[in-house]
Design a protein around this ligand. Sequence first.
Ligand code: PEP
Length: 252
Amino acid sequence: MRKKIVAGNWKMNTSIAEGELLANQIDFLTSTLDNDVQIIITPPYTHLQKVGMVLKDHKSKVELAAQNCADHTSGAYTGEVSVEMLKELTCKYVILGHSERREYYGETNETLLKKINLVLSAGLKPIFCVGEKLEEREANKHFEVVASQIKEVLYKLRGVEFANVIVAYEPVWAIGTGKTATSDQAEEMHAYIRRVIADKFAQYADETPILYGGSCKPSNAAEIFSKENVDGGLIGGASLNAQDFVTIIKSF
Ligand code: PEP
């Protein structure tokens, strides 16, 4: 049985106090849920300590993740935050390769390979994002683009390492735009991703969680999550509202 996961990506939103409140609300609303969905929240770096304390104090089932990490272990890298620092802050997961980081901060597959190795060596789990831009889909290159993102990073891992990877398919044209991939488009790509994974890691492909991300909200989550190869969601905007986020979690 594959894990079901719903992860909220808060991006660069909320004050620390707002973040604590949001974490408290999410914890409260999920504390009595008896479904088997793994719930993850991903506040900005500055919020991790306080939000982590909220989750610890409440013995919450909600787990903590970071939105990024450095591509070095320590040293003279001004402005960067290492995986060990995130681990100390009780993060269990790190989002890597989000399209906003690829596009605005020039993250390449080469950098992502370094980061994913550091995350895995520290015993944390990467949520590795892949996805095509609108022009790539229109040119019918979406499968090729996603396959190369997987091959240039995930194929370089050993099987035992790959076993800890969560993949998120996030079509760039659907992120923060209000445009969602149809559930059939999502399923088509998720099934393809699973086949690409199986070509290299046959033994792990069936168990790999593949999340959908891109304008997922309470009104469309159930339809998207109903698809065989969709194992959950990476939720941006809608994760900033506790009620909406929890409605999405309950959509399974
Ligand atoms: C995201 O940034 O990972 C995302 C899916 O954003 P949104 O849900 O706002 O489209």
